[in-house]
Structure formats: structure tokens, C-alpha cells
Write a protein that binds this ligand. Structure first.
Ligand code: NDP
Length: 317
């Protein structure tokens, strides 16, 4: 006979800064949160090195260590942190949100906080994976500082790539922007800005063949897709800005999302279209995408969930 599903007051899905901050607040509010860590425990920060822009760490901190601290704080305050991946949900009955972990274990949650984050898109070449964290990064704001005065390259032609190229241009000596077509997807204003920044060189119709270097990035080899011409130039940092994908597939059909899959929350809140289901962090934010903003929205989600649960308790069913 199948085991009866476990009942949980507050279920948190995802273990980045948003999820752990929600857990810290939910635990302190006695909501007995259960948090499932997901596929990448600790989230995107576990693949970065130094974090220098999170307030409270005057000397910076390594990304994995910071996430370990988030976890320790959430556990110390009473969060039940579990290793496991939520694979399916059914949010059709209010107050009885059904969630399946690792394909089988069923949980019934009174409230759910979605903090599943987003994943950077990557080019998919071998050297990109090998040198990730050793010169290859998907976040200029996080890692650009380490390349002060050096030459770097950034791939992409959207608003993120254009914005990050401008950001890098203020720090670095030279920025090569590798755009795969002969035009950019970025807004005209952003295009204008990069085209008028003297130390940004745009290489049109350019595709990356390989990032070169044994242990750190030393150069990049690209080819022009129209002429076939190959070019190799020395760089110290290689940034990938070809978009992010929110990790929200399992919620499709229940939760309202925009056309890119980002969860839509009601203005000035973390409420989704389903009462009792809240969203925070990069799964719902495509604009700021910073650890500190994710943590702030995780706090909002826990406060919203607490109010929701208190209201349910005070109003007879
Ligand atoms: P986008 O999807 O808008 O752009 C992705 C870019 O990467 C495109 O230029 C695309 O090329 C290119 N690309 C995709 N795959 C590859 C590949 N394999 N190799 C090389 N290039 C590739 O993503 P963004 O992250 O830039 O933006 C996401 C959303 O966020 C957009 O709606 C954007 O407007 C918004 N945004 C707004 C900002 C603002 O308003 N300040 C700032 C940042 C983002 P191609 O065009 O050929 O497909």
C-alpha cells in the first residue's frame, strides 16, 4: 500500500539566496518550513568564485561558502532542508498543493514558495565547461571586477550582453563583443551605447570555436560565419550572455508565466495566480538577478506566506 502523503505547512522549492532567505523567515515565524534543495544545491552562486557585492562581507566571500552559510542559518533556525528534486506539482486544490519529490514521494503543502531560480544558457563547447570559474563566467556584474585593466570577450547580442559589455568597458581595458549575426537583438538605445563606447569592439557574424588556456582563460578563437575567416586574440575573461532560462517548467499549466517562462507575481508582492503559492528570486525576476535582490524577494515570499497561513487559520473553512 502506498504511504500516506506527508503534510507540510510551508514547502520551499529551491536552495539559492531566495529559497534560504524564505526559509530563515518562515522558520522564525514557526511555519516549520521544509526546503528541497533541487538539482544544484545552493543555486547559481555555487559556480561563482568570490562574491564581493553581497553586503555584510567586507572582505568578500566565496560563493559556495556563502551558500553554506545561508543553509546553516536556515537549519539552525529550524528549517528541514532535504536533498531532493521536485519533479511534479498539482496546484488545483487550494490549501492542498500536491508536490512530488524525485518522481514518487508525495507531499501535501498548505503553502508553497517557489524559488527554483534560473539557469544561464551556455554555448555548449568543451572549453567553456572546463574553464568555468577560471575565466569563464555568465555574470559580468559578479565577476567583471576580477578583470580590471585586462582584455575580455562577451558573447551575445541581446540587452544583457549589451548592458554587461558597457559595464565591463568601465572596468576592463578592452571588450570584444561577439555577435553571431550582423545585427543585435538589443534595444536601439543599448546598441547605440555599445557602438559609441571606444573600448568595445563588436565582432559581427562571429561564432566562438574554442576558449584557449589550460587552467585559466588565455585567448579565444572565433570564426566569421560569412567569410569563414578565423581569428584568435588574447583575453583573460570570457563572458557568456546569451540569455537565461527560468527553472519553471514543472509549474506550467498551473502558474501564470510570461512568454519566457518567468513567473508572474502580483504587483508589490510575491503572490502568484494561485492562492497560497508564492514565487521569488530568479524564477520571477529577469531584470535584477542579483543574490541580494533574490534574498529580498525570498523574505517577501515568506512574509506573504505567513500572512496567508494566519488568515486561513483565522477564517473557518
Ligand atoms: P535575449 O534572448 O534577448 O538575447 C540573447 C542573445 O544571445 C541574442 O543576441 C542571441 O542571438 C544570442 N545568442 C543566443 N544563443 C546564442 C549562441 N549559442 N551563440 C551566440 N549567441 C547566442 O537574452 P537577454 O538575456 O539579453 O535578455 C533577456 C530579456 O531581458 C530580454 O527581453 C531583454 O530585453 C531583457 N533585458 C532588459 C534589460 C533592460 O531593459 N535594462 C537588461 C537585460 C535584459 P540572436 O539574436 O541571433 O538569437
Amino acid at each position: 500500500m502506498a504511504e500516506a502523503p506527508e503534510h507540510v505547512e510551508c514547502l520551499i522549492i529551491g536552495s539559492g539566496p531566495a529559497g534560504y532567505t524564505a526559509a530563515i523567515y518562515a522558520a522564525r515565524a514557526d511555519m516549520k518550513p521544509v526546503l528541497y534543495e533541487g538539482m544544484q544545491p545552493g543555486g547559481q552562486l555555487t559556480i561563482t568564485t568570490d562574491v564581493e557585492n553581497y553586503p555584510g562581507y567586507p572582505d568578500g566571500i566565496m560563493g559556495p561558502e556563502m551558500m553554506d552559510n545561508f543553509k546553516k542559518q536556515a537549519v539552525r533556525l529550524g528549517t528541514d532542508v532535504r536533498f531532493g528534486m521536485v519533479t511534479k506539482v498539482d496546484f488545483s486544490e487550494e490549501g492542498k498543493h500536491r508536490v512530488w519529490v524525485d518522481g514518487s514521494t508525495e507531499i501535501i503543502a498548505e503553502s508553497v514558495i517557489i524559488s527554483t531560480g534560473a539557469s544561464a544558457r551556455w554555448l555548449g563547447i568543451e572549453s567553456e565547461t572546463r574553464l568555468n570559474g577560471s575565466g569563464v563566467s555568465a555574470c559580468a556584474v559578479c565577476d567583471g571586477f576580477f578583470y580590471r585593466g585586462m582584455d575580455v570577450a562577451i558573447v551575445g547580442g541581446g540587452d544583457t550582453a549589451a548592458e554587461e559589455a558597457s559595464y565591463l568597458a568601465k572596468i576592463c581595458n578592452k571588450v570584444y563583443m561577439l555577435v553571431r549575426r550582423d545585427e543585435m537583438r538589443a534595444s536601439k538605445a543599448m546598441q547605440h551605447r555599445v557602438e559609441n563606447t571606444p573600448n568595445i569592439e563588436i565582432l559581427w557574424n562571429s561564432e566562438t570555436d574554442e576558449i584557449l588556456g589550460d587552467t585559466v582563460v588565455e585567448a579565444v578563437r572565433v570564426h566569421n560565419i560569412q567569410t569563414g575567416e578565423k581569428m584568435e586574440f588574447p583575453i583573460s575573461g570570457f563572458f557568456v550572455a546569451i540569455g537565461h532560462t527560468p527553472n519553471t517548467d514543472i509549474f506550467k499549466g498551473f502558474i501564470d508565466m510570461d512568454d519566457q517562462g518567468y513567473i508572474i507575481t502580483k504587483p508589490d508582492s510575491s503572490k502568484t495566480n494561485i492562492p497560497g503559492v508564492f514565487a521569488c528570486g530568479d524564477a520571477q525576476d529577469k531584470i535584477y538577478r542579483q543574490a541580494v535582490t533574490a534574498a529580498g524577494s525570498g523574505c517577501m515570499a515568506a512574509l506573504d506566506a505567513e500572512r496567508y497561513l494566519s488568515h486561513r487559520k483565522s477564517v473557518p473553512a
